[in-house]
Ligand binder design. Structure first.
Ligand SMILES: Cc1cc2nc3c(=O)[nH]c(=O)nc-3n(C[C@H](O)[C@H](O)[C@H](O)COP(=O)(O)OP(=O)(O)OC[C@H]3O[C@@H](n4cnc5c(N)ncnc54)[C@H](O)[C@@H]3O)c2cc1C
Length: 462
């Protein structure tokens, strides 16, 4: 019997955050856990196209799309089941956003273990991408803080999965892009905070080498660390950066005004991007000017500066639908990780990007700590660089990115599947050498490949 979903499940055209490769799917909107669990057996799921879960659609490419098949919008399945304030853990529905978690938990003195550059992601999406934040070098990625999850798989039905009792399925689901089962809820360890303010140190560096040196020598002193890098400057100032590092401030560091409400959390937006511009607003001239202004605006050296959670972690969330700035053709994100001892190759990648005239203002460099057991989990000990690039305007962009992909593979690195929209499928096994191990676990959970997505077909994962 079909679960009592919307009477009519409409076909909708979906994209990822980059707005490339739209595809139509029948969208189910379960309103509760039982509905969500029942989706796998919905009569609209066909063996040919299958079904995939979708959170808030913040993956850049196509993992939450399923052309001609069924997509489950999980966002209405949201809420807290159990909150243990003594030990700092929470059990929440998979469609709960990190923004809602923060709205509920920050005033109580708790923070999520890991946050990406947007809080508009769901718990299910965080597990399926095994997301990382600026504190990876300290705490690892999202699934390192997950102690249990309830999921439903085509072959095994409803099942509780913990790293101790079901390690294979647990770790195959961490970063498994929704292809091992539908996560219904998860129990997550939290981080205690005294205030909702970050004490931030900023260093503006003249070049990439200075940035790398500072991160190598000092990241271990900070809970959070990230560098914005200018990939449009060449020569001696190639890779000049703004490095910001910090941690949650103790109460004693707050002034009277902030001290009156030390756990204040504001989640609103300041503006909404109006629509897709008909002219190409993001072009080499505007980006070069933006980068120059952004770099000059940053202090050369600043210590113990207080910032809110939004300012430090999620500045982009202040503008709703900011991805529309790229217009109808959209944009892509390229994010790689390379081993720590491959700094020469990282330098080569940044140099290649700046020499090619690639225009990007969202360029982020982080230093990962060791990865976890997830065969498809992205973080590995090393450097990770992410750049947002418009899909039009740079002749030869596809060839350039292919060349970078090959270099990443040669040095034992990988691309992040949550960001990818274009890599060649034959590179996947080299990037993720435990891919076959993952396939075996997936086959026990879903032997008939009911779980399917545009990404899965594109990368030959099904
Ligand atoms: C501005 C911005 C900044 C970002 N910064 C970072 C960052 O710093 N670090 C980082 O790691 N990522 C980052 N991301 C990427 C983002 O964190 C991931 O793509 C995340 O998975 C998105 O979650 P979502 O809820 O939107 O999931 P979607 O994008 O909708 O789906 C992602 C995957 O999760 C699966 N999924 C969703 N719900 C479930 C479920 N209930 N059960 C099983 N599978 C499910 C989907 O099938 C899909 O494979 C960023 C994205 C944006 C737009």
């Amino acid at each position: 019997m079909n679960p009592p979903l919307d009477a009519v499940a409409p076909t909708e055209v979906l994209t990822g955050w980059g707005c490339t490769s739209p595809s139509p799917a029948t969208v189910l909107r379960p309103q509760g856990l039982d509905d969500l669990a029942g989706c796998l057996t919905d009569s609209r799921v066909t063996p040919e196209r299958g079904i995939i879960a979708r959170g808030l659609g913040r993956s850049y490419g196509d993992p939450a799309q399923n052309s001609g098949g069924v997509v489950i919008d999980t966002t209405a399945v949201s809420g807290i089941h159990h909150l243990d304030l003594e030990h700092g853990s929470v059990t929440v529905d998979a469609g709960t956003s990190l923004q809602d978690l923060m709205r509920w938990l920050v005033p109580l003195g708790w923070f999520v273990p890991v946050t990406p550059g947007t809080r508009q992601v769901t718990v299910g999406g965080a597990i399926a991408s095994d997301i990382h934040g600026k504190n990876h070098h300290r705490v690892g990625s999202w699934c390192d803080a997950v102690t249990a999850m309830t999921m439903v798989t085509p072959a095994r039905g409803l099942i509780t999965v913990t790293p101790q009792d079901e390690p294979e399925l647990f770790w195959a689901t961490a970063g498994g892009m929704g292809l091992t089962g539908i996560v219904l809820d998860a129990t997550i360890g939290l981080h205690r905070i005294e205030t909702s303010y970050l004490s931030v140190d900023t260093d503006r560096t003249p070049d990439l080498d200075t940035t790398l040196d500072l991160m190598e020598s000092g990241d271990h002193e900070y809970d959070y660390s990230v560098a914005w890098i200018d990939i449009m400057t060449r020569g001696r100032s190639m890779g000049r950066s703004i490095l910001t590092r910090g941690g949650f401030a103790p109460r004693a560091q707050l002034d009277r005004r902030r001290g009156a409400d030390p756990l204040h959390f504001k989640s609103g937006t300041l503006a909404t991007w109006p629509g897709r511009p008909s002219i190409r607003l993001v072009n080499p001239v505007t980006i070069r000017s933006f980068n120059e202004a952004w770099y000059r605006k940053a202090p050369v050296r600043q210590r113990d500066h207080l910032q809110s959670i939004s300012q430090f972690f999620h500045p982009l969330d202040m503008v709703h639908n900011w991805n529309r700035v790229y217009g109808r053709s959209g944009f892509l994100q390229w994010q790689c990780a390379v081993p720590l001892d491959r700094t020469d190759d990282l330098r080569w990648i940044v140099g290649r990007l700046s020499d090619s005239g690639c225009s990007s203002f969202l360029n982020v460099l982080k230093r990962f700590g060791p990865g976890n057991q997830g065969p498809l989990s992205f973080p590995m000990e090393g450097w990770t660089l992410a750049i947002d690039v418009p899909t039009v305007g740079l002749p030869g962009l596809a060839d350039l990115l292919d060349e970078l992909d090959r270099r990443v593979v040669e040095v034992g690195g990988r691309l992040y599947l949550a960001k990818d929209s274009r890599m060649a499928p034959e590179l996947l096994a080299s990037m993720y050498p435990r891919l076959d191990e993952w396939r075996k676990v997936r086959d026990t959970a879903d032997p008939d490949r009911v779980l399917n997505s545009d990404l899965a077909r594109r990368l030959h994962l099904v």
